[in-house]
Design a binder for this molecule. Structure first.
Ligand code: SF4
Length: 399
């Protein structure tokens, strides 16, 4: 049976760079985009020609919807043609509420797009300004309406909590306004201060005060309770969906199933090989022209390293991880290695072991980083390399 993959395409242009963002993306300004689009189409065709069937697609970045109309049309036409004959379960495109329009949405739908993920982040003007977002709260509802008018029914909105100056009231208002739009999926990410971003520099210089940890935990609990009240089931630390509306593409990452990455800085995991493309548009275009591929590095992840990836990603899911599957896949008695720590964490109420299925409890999710790294560190000394999360395609709040 042909293997089934996810497909991630990274289009690295944004209108402006948000203050908290460390994704590989550059402000569009008057940069030409056609060489990048041509190179991405070459990589797309080459990777699709290698066989296997695509079951989910996610086009992100960057903000795919900022591409000039001609390049936008050319890219989505090529993508739609390349995907003919594949049995798609889901096709998502990331969009910024300020940069969607009916014409681009029409091209997306023609190519097979059936889901849009938009970065709303907040409905509060001051919070959007702190994040240095391009859009205003007034853009969010029209953005969703444009997608719906084009025939897109499945919509995710991203929200961010822990923004300096945010209050329980303003967070509650952002949740309520998002719920009122009737979208089927909502992601709530805690603001993180990544190295090299403007917000991190402002925080380090004392120009910006981050939220108190307990206060931020309160906002997280508020989100879980509010969303549950309105029929959004939590299925991952930061993700909530109406019944049957989970992101099938992101589940591929969390469940450690294979996916292809196309575009600068995109990562992929195919037939045991994890790779990452170079994160530089000029080098990407040049390498695609000279070598027909843009892989910066590739490594076969096996044994304890692979087990570590299963834990880091899979324990984010409410469903947890089947340790028998991990053991079979890694050739390591993972349950044996973790037994003592699992017992300790279970006594604290942070994890649950049912048969061979290990999951993090609701209490454990509140301190998930600590719980997961405690289990992960049991593999220390058995790993040949440090598993670094940025190599993985980790879903978090972008566009
Ligand atoms: S958060 Fe999204 S829109 Fe903002 S710079 Fe990053 S990728 Fe671009």
């Amino acid at each position: 049976m042909a293997s089934k993959h996810g497909l991630y395409v990274h289009l690295p242009f944004c209108e402006t760079k948000c203050g908290y963002c460390d994704f590989y993306s550059v402000p569009l300004m008057d940069r030409p985009t056609s060489d990048l689009v041509s190179a991405a189409i070459v990589e797309l065709k080459s990777r699709l020609n290698k066989g296997g069937s695509i079951r989910t697609v996610f086009v992100g970045g960057g903000t795919p919807t900022v591409l000039p109309i001609e390049d936008f049309r050319r890219f989505f036409k090529a993508l739609g043609e390349g995907l003919q004959g594949h049995c798609l379960e889901e096709f998502t495109v990331e969009a910024n509420p300020a940069t969607v329009d009916a014409e681009k949405m029409g091209f997306m739908v023609d190519s097979g797009t059936d889901r849009v993920s938009m970065g709303a982040q907040s409905w509060h003007a001051g919070e959007l300004a702190t994040l240095e977002r391009l859009h205003t709260a007034a853009d969010i509802e029209p953005g969703v309406s444009i997608a719906r008018a084009a025939g897109i029914r499945r919509i995710n909105l991203d929200l961010i909590f822990g923004i300096p100056g945010q209050t329980e009231a303003s967070w509650g208002e952002s949740l309520r306004q998002t719920i009122d739009l009737g979208v089927d999926h909502i992601s709530c990410y805690g603001l993180t201060y990544e190295p090299g971003t403007r917000m991190t520099a402002a925080k380090n210089a004392g120009r910006l005060m981050s939220c108190d940890e307990d206060f931020e935990l309160g906002l997280y609990r508020q989100a879980i309770a509010t969303l549950a009240e309105h029929g959004y089931e939590q299925y991952e630390i930061s993700n909530f969906a109406r019944k049957g509306q989970q992101s099938q593409h992101n589940l591929i990452y969390w469940r450690q199933e294979p996916y292809i990455g196309v575009g600068p800085s995109a990562a992929g995991y195919v037939e045991g090989l994890r790779y990452k493309n170079v994160a530089d548009i000029g080098t990407y275009v040049r390498w695609m022209g000279e070598r027909g591929e843009a892989m910066l590095d590739g490594e076969r992840v096996t044994g304890a390293d692979r087990a570590g990836e299963f834990l880091l990603m899979g324990l984010r899911l409410v469903e947890g991880v089947d340790l028998d599957r991990v053991s079979r896949s890694c050739g390591l008695d993972v349950l044996g290695v973790l037994a003592e720590r699992i017992d300790r964490m279970a006594d604290l109420g942070f994890v649950r072991l049912e048969g061979s299925n290990l999951s993090v409890t609701a209490a454990g999710r509140e301190v998930a980083d600590g719980v997961i790294s405690e289990l992960y560190s049991a593999l220390d000394g058995r790993c040949e390399q440090t598993v670094s999360l940025p190599v993985l395609q980790v879903p978090r709040s972008g566009d």
